[in-house]
Design a protein around this ligand. Structure first.
Ligand SMILES: [Zn+2]
Length: 293
């Protein structure tokens, strides 16, 4: 499942193909994605210019000249591919799964620039939705999302307030999209490791009784920002390396410190711990029992 850095990498890969271009033709080959695409989906996009491609948590938001916003989510297995003209040279593959079958190309955007963008999604947990810009704030998919972890507003005070009094583990709290948006299993594990905090630690212990942040909250916010920025930087370099080939992008390029490294040496400088795996809320947590307290 792609997390924030992968979605940001996809956004950066798609932006040059979409921004400033018009939807010359929109093909819906299979409309039953996570929920059905509306009947007027193609008609509402047709002829509109994409004025900007943004991101909120794991959603891509294409601003359209009509005043609508096209919301796109990759789900579990979604990917975008950019081609130059029909059957032409592939410019890039913005996704995580290694195989792509054209039978899973469910939505195809023919842009006025000549670029063809396909949305491929074997498991069809991905989704698209058109929302008028004026109604974006009330949009249920976005309304309950917590702060953007890389935004300026997200700091130790905000995270401590959100965790104040919480009887859940830090792992569970950080995985909750209402506490902070866009983190999933991988980057929660990595951020806790960077911060030197145990995934089992109670979330409430990063705040004092009044909800004010302590030094753990500061370390955790730093850890979150550092791992996300590093992953986005790695995604960016994979984008450059593979842009003109049939390249793979995203999490495969990233060098994790604990995630999926059970039994291997901890990568914290000076730590002699061995990475352990445990199950929390049905998901694997990877951590170092020596340097994460
Ligand atoms: Zn360690």
């Amino acid at each position: 499942m792609p997390e924030l850095p992968e979605v940001e990498t996809v956004r950066r890969g798609l932006a040059p193909a979409m921004e400033g271009a018009r939807f010359a033709k929109v093909e819906v080959r299979r409309g039953d994605l996570r929920w059905p695409l509306p009947r007027d989906f193609a008609r509402r996009l047709h002829g509109q210019t994409v004025t900007g491609l943004g991101r909120r948590a794991k959603y891509l938001l294409a601003d359209l000249s009509s005043g609508d916003i096209l919301l796109m989510h990759l789900g579990m297995s979604g990917s975008f591919h950019v081609f130059q003209n029909s059957g032409g040279k592939k410019l890039g593959a913005y996704h995580h799964e290694r195989k792509r079958h054209v039978t899973h190309d469910h939505v195809v955007f023919h842009m006025s620039s000549g670029n063809i963008i396909t949305f491929n999604d074997p498991r069809r947990f991905g989704s698209m939705k058109i929302v008028p810009r004026a109604k974006l704030e009330a949009e249920p998919l976005l309304a309950r999302l917590g702060p953007e972890p890389l935004g300026n507003a997200f700091d130790a005070a905000m995270l401590a307030q959100a965790c104040h009094g919480k009887k859940t583990s830090l792992k569970a709290a950080l995985s909750d999209q209402r506490v902070v948006a866009g983190l999933g299993n991988i980057y929660v594990c990595e951020a806790l490791h960077r911060a030197g905090l145990s995934p089992k630690r109670m979330a409430a212990t990063i705040a004092d009784r009044s909800g004010a942040p302590n030094e753990r909250a500061e370390r955790l916010v730093d850890g979150i920002k550092v791992v996300l920025n590093e992953a986005i930087r790695d995604g960016g370099s994979s984008l450059r390396d593979h842009k003109l080939t049939d390249g793979e992008l995203g999490m495969f390029q990233h060098n994790f410190r604990v995630y999926d490294r059970e039994g291997e040496k901890c990568r914290t400088p000076g730590c002699r711990g061995i990475v352990k795996r445990m199950v929390q809320n049905g998901r694997s947590t990877f951590y170092c029992p020596v340097c994460q307290k």
